[in-house]
Design a protein around this ligand. Sequence first.
Ligand SMILES: Cc1ncc(COP(=O)(O)O)c(C=O)c1O
Length: 388
Amino acid sequence: MSDMYEAYASALMDTFGKPQLVLTRGDGVYVEDSDGRRYLDLLAGIAVNALGHRHPALLEALSRQAGELIHVSNFFATPAQISLAQKLQEIVGAEGYDASSARVFFTNSGTEANEAALKLTRLHKKGGRVLALAHSFHGRTMGALTLTHKEAYREPFEPLAGVAEFIEPEISALEAAFDDNVAALFLEPIQGEAGVIPLVYGFMERARELCDQHNALLVIDEVQTGMGRTGRWLASSPYVKADVITLAKGLGGGVPIGACIGIGAAGALFRPGNHGTTFGGNPLACAASLATLGEVEKLLEHVNEVSAWLTARLEEAGYAVRGRGLLLGVEVADSTAVRQELLSEGVIVNAPNPTTIRLAPPLIITAAELEPFVEIMSRRAAEFQGEK
Ligand SMILES: Cc1ncc(COP(=O)(O)O)c(C=O)c1O
């Protein structure tokens, strides 16, 4: 349907280049394009559609909430918003945090969750230095962009307001960077956009110690890794506890919603008037999120089991695999070529860096549904790994 691509180009800003496909419907772990071809969706809207497509629990929650109330302003509260904030308190409590001291600010996206976190760092230590990691990705709005490392994303928009200092994700660099003027350190437990790269052993623990020593906020961006993606609610919590946690992506199962959670003193920094958003905490999005989290809760063990199976099968085929749960990076010789080949074989993945394909399928996916992908990866292993 080439006319759709022409229509796209003539009506939308050219921020994403030519779309790979025009998608018209989805069902479970599959999506269908405008020519009626079906694809196995191993990207799930980039780690978003946790329950896949057209999940009955999500559909039921959306239609029920739409039948009651779709939107109010933040002059008013709604039961869905309050229940979701309580659910997030329960979730951080289950991950070892003091749930009663957690406070939630709802946003519409990951970048906005990080904007909120950035404003908290200003209130925590006015004029303080903000540290972020080389290869980080925290979003594209002007504040979050100051935390995002990739030069190509930042340079056209300079001067940026108050730029973070980027340090290599190594313990020695962390130790060298810290002093009492540091207001905050932002980190992702696994750098998703960089190519599914977990932080080195001991990095988060040392970051926690240094933040404590210098009264700095440890902000953990779990936008991509959180809410079941890595087989638990938060990828970071076995290692450290954050002062601020940011969430989005899988939080709404596909409906736009993000959250900035402040723990303890960090949760009490915003006062009335300090921050706001028209749509953040919208009851429709909150109802979708509640339904999503209710289902994800039952899937955490499943995510770990499927992940172990998939990792073992890919390793047997000779691939190096990184990541955790259902956020996996698979090393290949040329990721753009492999992504394209997989697409022509009916499988959607993406290529976050030149030698990695990223898998972030719906959390409901089964080994049986993954089998055709494993078959392709095994059959074409030599070619995908660059052996002649
Ligand atoms: C770790 C991380 N933080 C923030 C963002 C930005 O989220 P959004 O695209 O919802 O603004 C992303 C998106 O990829 C992300 O992976």
